[in-house]
Ligand binder design. Structure first.
Ligand code: ASP
Length: 343
């Protein structure tokens, strides 16, 4: 039996496997088999690679919970046959997908590494090859017969991040992602510098539980000076609404006007969960630090602490799908379940 790690490469779409449409000049996904032809270097890696491609590779702007469930199902079906998974995905919504999958794959004991690229793999100046090769290499790492990494990660431009800590910051630079509130797990230089103390502890590999249903009766509301009462009232009155991620200012601050707090109270009273996250790219919500967040603390708004908006909305979709009793929801949301939030 071969001792080489077995890696499943799952191609969902994205620039990495796109080429220019002859007629329109726009980038479109193309046949995945050609992707591998373009990277003969993969044969030099010390692992066995198999590939799985979505029937219709997509631009990640078309990602949705059903597609996430499809990715989760592939991983579930192939879980015992492979040591690690590399998911090729468009960069635009990659942080949402990596966050969603981190919640959907409970008790994960193997690496699931998302990667992609800013330029197609056929482009002379492409960043795709390094991203792909190193993501596979990290997914193959084993120590004492176990995978070194056992969580959902995102690899891009020489850094491995915890997936649910990331956010896309550039549509231009090769360094397209950052992890504002949690350090990189691996730095890729001349050597791979693995920061073991930052990794999630390994779970028992037999216990993978895959949650395929998410509840998307949720919305992200970004505060801005001048937001009207009529607009916020209309959003919060949506009959099917179950959860709101409210992007506030600084350390979780918002207007102190009576109408604003009254609308939030009304929504909470009809069972809508409201999570306070900051619009800042780094730092944490701390309700009560300023007068402009004291009322929100008092009325029972959930603190998103230092969570990213991408992780906040997908965590909301995930927890809502579990039918958690109203009284317990806030405490569970405010607790890290996949390393997505600081203690
Ligand atoms: N629009 C592309 C996508 O997200 C961009 C990329 O792949 O980087 O699918």
């Amino acid at each position: 039996m071969s001792s080489k790690a077995k890696i499943l490469l799952i191609y969902t779409g994205g620039t990495i496997g796109m080429r220019k449409d002859f007629n329109t000049g726009a980038l479109k996904a193309f046949n995945f088999s050609k992707l591998l032809q373009r990277v003969p270097e993969l044969k030099q890696l010390d692992c066995e690679i198999e590939t799985f491609t979505f029937d219709n590779p997509i631009d990640s702007s078309n990602m949705n919970p059903q597609e996430w469930a499809n990715i989760a199902t592939i991983i579930e079906d192939k879980y015992n046959a492979f040591d690690g998974f590399v998911v090729l995905h468009g960069s635009d919504t990659m942080s949402y997908s990596a966050s969603a999958l981190s919640f959907m794959l409970e008790n994960l004991a193997k690496p699931v590494i998302f990667t992609g690229s800013q330029l197609p793999i056929g482009d002379l100046r492409t960043d795709a090859k390094e991203n792909l090769i190193t993501a596979i290499q990290i997914a193959s790492l084993q120590a004492n017969g176990h995978p070194v990494v056992s969580e959902v990660c995102l690899y891009f431009e020489y850094k491995l991040y915890r997936g649910n800590r990331t956010t896309k910051i550039s549509a231009e630079h090769f360094k397209a992602f950052t992890s504002p509130n949690y350090p990189a797990l691996v730095d890729s230089g001349v050597n791979l510098k693995i920061r073991s103390e930052l990794l999630l502890p390994r779970q028992n590999s037999n216990d993978l539980v895959v949650h395929k249903k998410l509840d998307n009766n949720v919305v992200i509301v970004k505060m801005f000076p001048g937001m009207s009462e009529t607009v916020l009232e209309a959003i919060l009155a949506i009959p099917s609404l179950k959860g709101v991620v409210l992007e506030t200012y600084g350390s979780g601050n918002a207007p102190t006007e009576d109408w604003f707090i009254a609308l939030l109270v009304k929504a909470i009273n009809r069972g809508v969960h409201i999570v306070n996250v900051t619009q800042c790219s780094g730092g944490s919500v701390n309700m009560g630090q300023y007068e402009t967040s004291t009322s929100m603390k008092e009325i029972g708004i959930i603190s998103g602490k230092d969570i990213t908006t991408e992780a906040a909305i997908t965590k909301l979709m995930y927890l809502l799908s579990l039918n958690i009793p109203l009284k317990e929801f806030k405490a569970i949301y405010e607790t890290a379940i996949r390393g997505e939030i600081g203690e």
